[in-house]
Design a protein around this ligand. Structure first.
Ligand code: SF4
Ligand code: SF4
Length: 138
């Protein structure tokens, strides 16, 4: 999958902050030391393969409009490579961002498509069901 034409990361650096990147010894929630505010990745041409390979769902899914861009809604959408869960990972500074009606509506729609949808905020996770119900998820 590759980025939909017309979409680009721009000033967003959510994945460089939110994700745990073993290759960089970077914990989840901490902005990568290679990320320069307003400029982006300072080692872009030599960034690790894991960074080169990562594209969030917003970047690759046509149905996700500009209003759902990760830095705008404080939520990164991704398919977990290990579990295949459809995950909504929130900005640590905006822990309830996944409950934003726009984000939540999208998560319910993904659940209706048959995905296991999980919203993650720090160490706490919730399953989001197609009915719109939620439950703590371990
Ligand atoms: S979260 Fe998505 S849009 Fe934002 S920088 Fe990462 S890949 Fe790009
Ligand atoms: S190395 Fe670059 S692309 Fe990778 S997380 Fe750090 S700032 Fe982002």
């Amino acid at each position: 999958m590759s980025a939909i034409p017309g979409k680009s990361c721009g000033s967003c650096n959510m994945c460089c902050q939110i994700l745990d990147i073993v290759e960089l010894k970077k914990d989840a929630g901490i902005l990568c030391k290679n990320c320069v505010s307003g400029t982006g990745c300072k080692i872009y041409s030599t960034r690790p393969q894991v960074c080169q390979d990562f594209e969030c769902e917003w970047l690759t899914e046509r149905s996700l409009g500009p209003q759902l861009k990760p830095d705008k809604v404080g939520t990164l959408f991704m398919i977990c490579p290990d579990s295949e869960q459809y995950q909504a990972v929130t900005d640590p500074k905006r822990p309830t961002a996944w409950r934003n009606p726009l984000v939540f509506k999208h998560l319910v729609a993904k659940a209706k498509e048959g995905h296991i949808v999980v919203a993650k905020s720090g160490v706490t996770s919730w399953r989001v069901y197609e009915s719109g119900a939620t439950a703590l998820w371990t």
